[in-house]
Design a protein around this ligand. Structure first.
Ligand code: ATP
Ligand code: MG
Length: 131
């Protein structure tokens, strides 16, 4: 998912281009208006954490772009391209490291979400792309 900060900052193209340039195949793409229920399901693992409400408010604040990529070890590979969660310390060369920073907010705005397992990928593809 390109998060609302990525879409608002006109970084959708460059983020998708990096994943494509790595060699993964873009197989589905959709701009989506998030709603609270979908976001709650998407981030269910973080319920109860201090950043949960700020995270949902942030994710609800604008359009998202949902993309599905295919390729051997794609989940692992895209997570590496994204870089660490905290954009301040994410390595240069990664999407978060090159384009993200801390804005002093309760939630880290870090441009992109990437599924972290085959199980979460299946679940999240169903939520955002419906198949
Ligand atoms: P994502 O799930 O969005 O791909 P991630 O797997 O790197 O990111 P998670 O631990 O799953 O990180 O956290 C989900 C999101 O919640 C982060 O991407 C970030 O936007 C926010 N977040 C996580 N931890 C913190 C924190 N300690 N302080 C502020 N925001 C946080
Ligand atoms: Mg995560």
């Amino acid at each position: 998912l390109i998060k609302p900060d990525g879409v608002a900052r006109n970084l959708t193209g460059i983020i998708l281009a990096r994943i494509e340039a790595k060699g993964y195949q873009l197989v589905d793409l959709k701009m989506v208006q998030p709603n609270r229920d979908l976001l709650q399901a998407h981030y269910a693992e973080h319920e109860g954490k201090p950043f949960f409400d700020p995270l949902l408010n942030f994710m609800e604040s604008g359009l998202l772009v949902a993309a599905r990529f295919a390729g051997d070890r794609v989940i692992e590979g895209v997570r590496v391209l994204c870089g660490a969660t905290d954009p301040t310390t994410a390595a240069p060369g990664t999407i978060r490291g090159d384009f993200g920073r801390d804005w002093g907010l309760a939630v880290q705005q870090n441009l992109i979400h990437a599924s972290d397992s085959e199980e979460s990928a299946k679940r999240e593809i169903k939520i955002w792309l419906g198949s």
